[in-house]
Design a protein around this ligand. Structure first.
Ligand code: ADP
Ligand code: MG
Ligand code: MG
Length: 252
């Protein structure tokens, strides 16, 4: 589904990603962990196609296509979903209307016909129950004045509506409380199936108490320096990142 080979990216003159390799298959959940400033959010942003980042080397294959050739919008239409660490607020645009436009754009791209208002509301009701989000929240302007937990719930709702092939959730530094963690985790677990995949970016091991990843990778100084299973996350929780840093620093 996703194959990243020797991906290198800069911000301005600064080298941030120094050769990332990662393979994600359908049905898998990958966790990317690592100390602050390692490049985790950069990796998520580069995959989403954000302009501040310049790809200077490597390849990203997404479902047999060159992901880096696509605009951010087309990446989303191809089935990539990125939950931003800090979701934008859009005053004056209700969450419902935003979602309807987004979903119909995706459908159009896939060659499916746009949903009528009635059809859309039906789908929305199902997904609302699924992620336990309230109608009153959806009637409000997108993310405006939403609490952290409400933003998370809305993000997972968007994911449920769009049914992406690959979801990348960047949870680092966002100060998620335990309720928000559960919302994210429940959403990911419920939406998981054999055809889709998730990459969860997280600084802390505690999210992984709720989401059991198939693979855990440690990103440090722009490289994936260690990969393993859930046990690796538990080892990190116990021992911190210093031993990984020491190992990697002696290698590069
Ligand atoms: P992480 O998510 O692992 O904490 P980031 O990807 O946010 O790491 O940051 C990786 C490195 O890139 C850090 O050294 C950070 O200071 C730098 N960086 C991130 N965004 C920018 C930016 N917009 N301009 C300059 N440097 C940046
Ligand atoms: Mg950070
Ligand atoms: Mg980050």
């Amino acid at each position: 589904m996703l194959s990243i080979k020797d991906l290198k990216a800069n911000i301005g003159e600064k080298e941030i990603l120094k050769g990332i390799n990662l393979e994600v298959k359908p049905g898998e959940v990958h966790a990317i962990m690592g100390p602050n400033g390692s490049g985790k959010s950069t990796l998520a942003s580069v995959l989403a196609g954000r302009e501040e980042y310049e790809v200077v080397g490597g390849e990203v294959d997404f479902g047999g296509k060159d992901l880096l050739e696509f605009s951010p919008e087309d990446r989303a239409r191809e089935g990539l979903f990125l939950a931003f660490q800090y979701p934008v607020e859009i005053p004056g645009v209700s969450t419902v209307n935003f979602m309807k436009t987004a979903l119909n754009q995706v459908r159009e791209y896939r060659g499916e016909k746009a949903l009528t208002a009635v059809e859309f509301l039906k789908v929305m009701k199902q997904k609302m129950e699924f992620v336990e989000i309230s109608q009153s929240l959806l009637n409000r302007s997108l993310n405006e004045g939403f609490s952290g937990g409400e933003k998370k719930r809305n993000e997972i709702f968007q994911m449920a509506m769009l049914e992406p092939k690959l979801a990348i959730l960047d949870e680092t530094d966002s100060g998620l409380d335990i309720d928000a963690l559960r919302i994210v985790a429940n959403g990911v677990n419920k939406l998981k199936n054999k055809d889709n995949a998730t990459i969860v970016v997280t600084h802390y091991q505690r999210l992984l108490d709720y989401i059991v990843p198939d693979y855990v990778h440690v990103l440090y100084n722009g490289r994936i320096v260690k990969s393993g299973t859930k046990e690796l996350a538990m080892e990190l929780e116990e021992k911190g990142y210093d031993w990984i840093k020491a190992e990697a620093d002696s290698q590069f």
